[in-house]
Design a protein around this ligand. Structure first.
Ligand code: UDP
Ligand code: MG
Length: 340
């Protein structure tokens, strides 16, 4: 296993470091929590792993926190993080990842739609050597029109655009090696893209069919509007995956093509005006040439600005533009490149 720096913000003196950290995002799930807690602890005990459960209360207003703090008072393996307001599921996962002390992190929804009984199978695949194991809700119990259909389309698109081929990106039940998620910064609705973002680091991703149940208590926090946000995030991820370190190659290409097209048209118009004496002032083609040339200059400028920003981004934080798996006979002064 790769070496990892110990970054544990909250150290609990009385409990030894766990092997597995379970991260649960919770937003108004008070009715589900008792059963969730029972089933999770029962399953993890049966598996015989050292575990901790990190429940992240994402600004619930229904007494979820009171219930969690009551449970945490009796069980030191249940750690609770309470957000000041609702920051969203992605932020909740992120808070869990920051605090996870296990070598493996498992994420699971709090609403009992995911089955804790699948955790064992996920961990087994991690043991086989995979870095990310993603649940696949093969038989998903959600409404068709506003949830399953858009998600089918989104899954196809994500698969095609990111090159990481999964059937179900949206399933919360996933297992990761901790060092994989630690190094990923999450924004927006990006948690479903973790396997794709992690693929940049060269990780091995596996998919595993998991059970899925209809929601028993409370209501879903999402509707159809999420699809659009996911698609916009996909655009971001696609860009970051392929061109984050070389924006000029995207914008520059568009800019160059646009300027060449505009230039050719402009030369043609100049020629017919001076050589043939034709009127060009009232020709739409003239507007087209002007538009293309201006667009081209803008794209090129954006590309150059992008190049500056890439340098600022990577150099101010000494971020390497690569990820090292291991090094042999490493000189002690090479520390910079390993800083994550
Ligand atoms: N959730 C959260 N913050 C939010 C929305 C949802 O922590 O702003 C949690 C929610 O409590 C649940 C999980 O994320 O544990 C998935 O939410 P939900 O079941 O509503 O999504 P769906 O299963 O309908 O996609
Ligand atoms: Mg749900």
């Amino acid at each position: 296993m790769t070496e990892r720096k110990q970054v544990a913000p909250v150290l609990m003196a009385d409990s030894p470091a766990p092997d597995v950290s379970i991260v649960v995002p919770i937003y108004n799930e008070v009715e589900s929590i008792p059963q969730l807690y029972e089933r999770l602890t029962g399953e993890l005990t049966a598996l015989g792993v050292m575990y901790e459960i990190i429940a992240v209360d994402d600004g619930s207003r229904d007494g979820s926190y009171a219930l969690l703090s009551d449970l945490a008072g009796r069980d030191s393996r249940l750690r609770v993080v309470r957000f000041r307001r609702n920051f969203g599921q992605t932020a909740a996962f992120s808070a869990g990842f920051d605090r996870a002390r296990g070598q493996v992190v498992v994420t699971i929804d709090a609403d009992l739609q995911n089955d804790p009984a699948d955790i064992g199978a996920l961990l087994a695949r991690i043991d086989e050597g995979y870095d990310v194991v993603s649940g696949w809700r093969e038989r998903r119990h959600d409404p068709f029109i506003n949830r399953r259909l858009p998600s089918m389309i989104a899954n196809r698109l994500i698969s095609w655009a990111t090159g990481v081929h999964l059937h179900d990106y949206g399933c919360s039940l996933k297992a990761y090696r901790t060092e994989v998620v630690r190094s990923i910064k999450l924004y927006g609705e990006l948690h479903r893209f973790i396997p794709a973002i992690a693929s940049w680091q060269g990780v091995a991703v596996a998919e595993l069919p998991v059970r899925h149940a209809a929601r028993q208590f409370g209501t879903s926090k999402y509707g159809i509007s999420r699809t659009l946000r996911v698609l916009l995030d996909l655009l971001t991820v696609r860009f970051l995956l392929s061109y984050a370190t070389r924006p000029m190659q995207v914008f520059g290409l568009f800019g160059f093509l646009s300027m060449v097209a505009g230039g050719v048209i402009a030369i043609y118009l100049t020629w017919i005006k001076f050589a043939l004496g034709a009127e060009i002032a009232d020709r739409p083609l003239l507007l087209m040439a002007i538009l293309l040339i201006i667009l081209g200059i803008q794209f090129l400028s954006i590309g150059l600005l992008g190049e500056l920003m890439v340098r600022t981004y990577f150099e101010t934080q000494s971020k390497p533009i690569y990820v090292v798996r291991e090094e042999l006979n490493q000189a002690p002064t090479d520390a910079v490149a390993r800083r994550g």
